[in-house]
Design a protein around this ligand. Structure first.
Ligand code: TA6
Length: 299
């Protein structure tokens, strides 16, 4: 893990990127440019904040989040990879894979001509990852902070045979009041409902929230639009290389049961996840690179 000094010397850019210690003594990159601000932990290459100038925060991060080795930050954009949710055959392995609980290497920062800031983080297999998932891989995560937030995970298969992954960019959005929002873009899709025994249903109309929602919408590449009448805005989420969209809100009881959520935390968040889950698992041929990406903007 490089020191704060090394990061500052190699990657700080005036009017774009600084580095500092945050909670749990984790190192964060703080982005402030003409368009927006954002915050990223090197631990998990985890975006924990994104806020266009003059707007309320777009991303939700729990005030009760843990910031410690082995635990995932609650909120932001956890990178769930190489498996989504519980490991399919070994419940002793970490939920949502190991990428979100592993320190990544900052490889590059750049000020773009349009005033946006770009950061790239890398992660390759090592003895720890191979003990959990026996494959050679190279991940490269590019985050572009501007009028929109773009995140792109490039997944390079370094094996001599195909690999299969499931995963998600598990984005948590800050909302005025989840009981008043709705999500457009999922009408007519089949989904697996975790709240109802992973049974399959078909979405009719927009998605609204009056109880726990935990669904994998299947075989969709469509953009979703989050309508927030309290914050008087819409949040658009467009996807790349993603064939599932996961929608999650834990509601009251689960929020209270989660040590890293405030009791009423569920009211001001919703997850819309750019995913490849269940039957949308992705096969990457030997030597190939697949992408999983999202662009998020306000209107
Ligand atoms: O993406 C939805 C989900 O898989 C839910 O079932 C819920 O458990 C959530 O993710 C959070 O998982 P985590 O491992 O971060 O507690």
């Amino acid at each position: 893990m490089p020191s704060l000094e090394t990061l500052r010397e190699s990657f700080a850019i005036a009017d774009h990127v600084t580095f500092e210690y945050g909670p749990g003594d984790l190192i964060f990159a703080q982005v402030d440019n003409a368009h927006a601000s954002a915050r990223l932990a090197l631990y998990g290459a985890h975006v924990t904040a994104y806020q266009p100038k003059g707007q309320a925060p777009v991303i939700f991060t729990s005030q009760a989040s843990r910031y410690e080795a082995g635990a995932a930050i609650r909120g932001g954009i956890p990178i769930c990879w190489p498996w989504f949710a519980a490991h399919p055959s070994d419940s002793g392995k970490p939920s949502h894979g190991f990428a979100r609980i592993t320190p990544w290497t900052l490889a590059e920062t750049q000020a773009l001509p349009n005033g946006a800031t770009q950061l790239r983080f890398d992660l390759s297999d090592n003895a720890d990852s191979r003990a959990l998932w026996p494959h050679a891989f190279g991940l490269s995560y590019t985050v572009t902070v501007g009028n929109s937030l773009m995140v792109d995970l490039a997944i390079h298969n370094r094996e001599a045979e195909a690999i299969t992954y499931t995963g998600a960019l598990h984005s948590y959005f800050h909302v005025g009041d989840v009981r008043q929002i709705h999500i457009e873009g999922l009408d007519g899709l089949d989904y697996l409902d975790k709240v109802r025994g992973m049974n399959r249903f078909t979405q009719a109309g927009v998605v609204r929230f009056d109880q726990e929602v935990d669904r994998i919408y299947l075989s969709t590449t469509a953009e979703t639009v989050l309508h927030d009448p309290v914050l008087e805005r819409t949040v658009h989420v467009a996807k790349r290389g993603s064939h599932s969209t996961v929608v999650w809100n834990p509601w009251a009881e689960k929020s209270q049961a989660m040590a890293d959520m405030m009791d009423a935390g569920y009211v001001s968040m919703v997850c819309i996840e750019t995913a490849n889950a269940a039957e949308n698992a992705v096969n990457i041929p030997a030597g190939d690179t697949a992408h999983l990406g999202a662009e998020i903007w306000l209107a």
